[in-house]
Design a protein around this ligand. Structure first.
Ligand code: FO1
Length: 312
């Protein structure tokens, strides 16, 4: 079994490659739920949905979130009725949030619901929210403490980042199956996701980091920072705020002691020696995923890196 730690769009694109090179039913994806938010009375789980829609082949391809070809009639009406509609929710996407909220009210867990939905949408890989308890990533900024989605989407990441809080993380427990999957994995792949607010949130769930440190499986991370900038999203100001440099080396420092190897982009080849000095093997390849062939090649490079670690 291949275990992947995943945030949103970058992870989902990487997973599109992983399912090309290993049988999808042998993949378990542990997904960040720190971005989860309640809007219009509905529970929204952006990263779980992004991963599920992508693996189901229905994601909106340009943004990488939402459903391809979705309409926005409901949001338009909500706006007319005075609702604050800063978070774009399509009609079919809203159906998912309505059904999730209904099932949660009936006592089902986030993990049970994610499993139901991925099966209903024809996804063969296991999609495991990191925990069933509510955890919400908050960003400390010069404009105050705010939920990650308020920071990113409502305020366009305009505020200066001072720190990050994973509210509720201490009381969370890894979803049943998460620790076992990490222990028994053939390889653990950390997707090219934000190391602070996507992967960092998963690692903040008590027990997860220790399980990764203890697993006999090789652990390989793919850098989401290429040429000193994030491929997508607000990783740069977060790395800076927490004292890491905005580079593949900074990402390696976040994961030092936890990973065996890291895949970095060819433009960052000069960082390899510094990363190796942290005790991390380095694989240098193209990490920009424009099409399916590049996604597949990156997934294969990560798996090859895992294999190298094992056979060394
Ligand atoms: N990202 C945006 O930048 N603007 C949006 O309006 C938006 C809506 C949205 C709706 C559902 C969903 O699953 C994701 C959505 N995202 C949107 C993406 C999301 O904010 C982030 O990219 C992830 O939380 C980060 O992984």
């Amino acid at each position: 079994m291949i275990v992947t730690l995943a945030g949103g769009v970058g992870a989902a694109r990487f997973l599109e490659g992983v399912v090309q090179v290993v049988p999808p039913e042998t993949i378990t994806v542990i997904v960040n739920t720190g971005d989860d938010i309640t809007l219009h009375g509905l529970y929204i789980s952006p990263d779980v949905d992004i991963v599920t829609y992508t693996l189901a082949g229905i994601v909106e391809p340009v943004n990488g979130w939402g459903i391809a070809g979705d309409s926005t009639n409901t949001l338009g009406m909500l706006k007319q009725l005075g609702a604050d509609t800063w978070f774009l929710l399509g009609d079919r996407d809203l159906a998912v949030h309505i059904r999730r909220t209904e099932l949660m009210r009936a006592g089902h867990t986030l993990a049970e619901i994610a499993d139901d939905f991925r099966r209903a949408l024809g996804v063969a890989s296991q999609v495991l929210p990191m925990c069933n308890e509510p955890v919400s990533t908050h960003i400390e900024t010069d404009a105050g403490l705010m939920h990650f989605e308020h920071f990113l989407v409502q305020r366009h990441a305009q505020d200066r980042v001072l720190g990050v809080q994973f509210v509720g993380a201490e009381a969370a427990r890894p979803t049943p199956g998460v620790l076992e999957a990490i222990r028994d994995a053939e390889a653990i792949l950390i997707a090219p996701s934000n190391p602070i607010v996507s992967v960092g949130t998963i690692l903040a769930v008590p027990g997860v980091q220790a399980a990764i440190a203890a697993t006999p499986a090789p652990v390989v991370a793919v850098s989401p920072i290429v040429g000193g900038a994030a491929i997508k999203g607000p990783a740069a100001p977060m790395l800076t705020a927490l004292g890491y440099e905005v580079s593949a080396y900074g990402v390696a420092r976040c994961y030092a002691g936890l990973i065996d190897a890291m895949v970095i982009d060819t433009v960052d080849a000069d960082l390899a020696d510094g990363i190796r000095a942290l005790g991390i093997e380095v694989v240098i390849t193209n990490t920009i995923m424009r099409g399916l062939a590049e996604k597949r090649a990156l997934a294969q490079a990560a798996l090859d890196a895992a294999h190298q670690v094992v056979t060394k």
